[in-house]
Design a protein around this ligand. Structure first.
Ligand code: PGA
Length: 248
């Protein structure tokens, strides 16, 4: 049985005061979650997460990392720096990084390797645009995204990644993939993982992301290959994030 994971993606939101209120709200309501829980936060707030979340059931992580270990890379943050602040996860290849920062499949594959090397669990994001879905390209696009990552990964490291299927047209739009649409892509992804390491493919968590909310979480999370959620907007309100955790 795969343990489910509910991970918040705060994106570029937050302040010390707002985060304190949000984290307090999550901690106060979380009790003993049946699933793994994490928040992926802007780098300046790693220290705050370490101070507020150590000893709680909530893990924390980043939203990107450099492929370099150190050196003259102005503005970049390394995996070791994330580890220094107790991060266990890092989002890699989010569609906003791919589209606004030109991150290619090859770079995302490299970042996945850097995360593993640093001892972080990469949450590798894949997903098609609306035009790609409407022209029947979903499996080709998403397949190419995951294949690039698998091509750069040692077979023995397949079980060190988390995959997040996030259809671009569902991110922040209020439009969600139907449970069956998501399940079909998740099953395809697991088949691809199995070509690299069949045993690991059965244990890799594949999250769904894209307008997952308290009112649609349960039906998505009951699909056989949906192992959790990567939650944007709804992770910024403690009540909504907790409701999704309770839907597991
Ligand atoms: P959303 O974002 O839940 O606001 O759609 C998800 C994501 O981008 O990870």
């Amino acid at each position: 049985m795969r343990r489910k994971l509910i991970a918040g993606n705060w994106k570029m939101n937050g302040s010390l005061a707002a985060n304190a209120a949000l984290l307090d709200g999550i901690k106060a309501g979380i009790n003993q979650p049946v699933c793994a829980v994490a928040v992926c936060v802007p780098a300046p707030y790693f220290a705050q997460c370490k101070a507020e979340l150590t000893g709680s059931p909530v893990a924390w992580g980043g939203q990107d990392l450099s492929v370099h270990e150190s050196g003259a890379y102005t503005g970049e943050v390394s995996g070791a720096m994330l580890r220094d602040f107790g991060c266990t996860y890092v989002i890699v290849g989010h569609s906003e990084r791919r589209s606004y920062h030109g991150e290619s499949n090859a770079l995302v594959a490299q970042k996945t390797g850097s995360a593993i090397k640093s001892g972080l669990t990469p949450i590798v994001c894949v997903g098609e645009s609306l035009a790609e879905r409407e022209s029947g390209q979903t499996d080709a696009v998403v397949g190419a995204q995951i294949d690039a990552v698998l091509g750069a990964l040692d077979a023995g490291d397949v079980n060190k990644i988390v995959v997040a299927y996030e259809p671009v047209w569902a991110i922040g739009t209020g439009k969600t993939a139907t449970p069956q649409m998501a399940q079909d892509v998740h099953a395809m992804l697991r088949t691809r993982l199995a070509t690299k390491n069949a045993a690991a493919a059965t244990s890799v968590q594949i999250l769904y992301g894209g307008s997952m909310k308290p009112d649609n979480a349960r039906e998505l999370l009951t699909m056989p290959d949906i192992d959790g959620g990567l939650i944007g907007g709804a992770s910024l309100k403690a009540a909504d994030f907790l409701a999704i955790i309770r839907a597991v």
